[in-house]
Design a protein around this ligand. Structure first.
Ligand code: ADP
Ligand code: MG
Length: 174
């Protein structure tokens, strides 16, 4: 029945913003794997990475994905969730996977407008536009491989929600 909907894509593509609006439109619950991780560990992403390294963060991320998965939920995933094959497979098998696709310049502009450094450690220490281009070059194929549906994330959040509802044929009952 109401399988969970996983939103995937790089930082800034709108997983949290669109996810909350999508959940409201469908009457689903919303959750964010990054937020779950913070609550569960009592640490910020930056602190986990500092204390446990990226492998430690990735282990916690896989556990979070499984922990939050249940029917009737929209799940915003961390940008690197698709890096592990087991995570891609788990999402494919357990719900609808939607890739919010936008070019690196758009992602960079959004992140620069609303910086949140504690929550979003830069991966390389280089300019954000350069970093996003590199991240997308490395991950775009993984996002595409993991996704059941790819939507254009450059439209307004409401329009992105509508694309997802159309793609999943989850028209509102009323
Ligand atoms: P993510 O959770 O994928 O990292 P967010 O939902 O936090 O992305 O969005 C990052 C920033 O981009 C926020 O400031 C948000 O308001 C903005 N944003 C998200 N989606 C859109 C959109 N479709 N159009 C314009 N701005 C957006
Ligand atoms: Mg988010």
């Amino acid at each position: 029945m109401s399988s969970p909907i996983y939103l995937i894509g790089a930082r800034g593509c709108g997983k949290t913003t669109v996810g909350q609006a999508l959940a409201a439109a469908l009457g689903y619950d919303f959750c964010d794997t990054d937020y779950f991780l913070l609550q569960d560990s009592g640490k910020t992403v930056a602190e986990i990475v500092e204390q446990e390294g990226w492998p430690g963060f990735r282990r916690r991320e896989s556990a979070a994905l499984i922990a939050v998965t249940e029917p009737g939920k929209v799940i915003a995933t961390g940008g690197g969730m698709v890096l592990a094959e087991e995570n891609r497979q788990f999402m494919q098998d357990n719900g609808h996977v939607v890739y919010l696709n936008a070019p690196a310049e758009v992602l960079a502009a959004r992140l620069e407008a609303f910086p949140d450094n504690a929550q979003r450690p830069t991966l390389t220490g280089r300019p954000i536009a350069e970093e996003m281009a590199e991240v997308l070059a490395a991950r775009d194929l993984l996002y595409r491989e993991a996704a059941h549906h790819i939507v254009d994330a450059m439209q307004t959040p409401d329009a992105v929600v509508q694309q997802i509802v159309n793609a999943l044929s989850l028209a509102r009952a009323s």
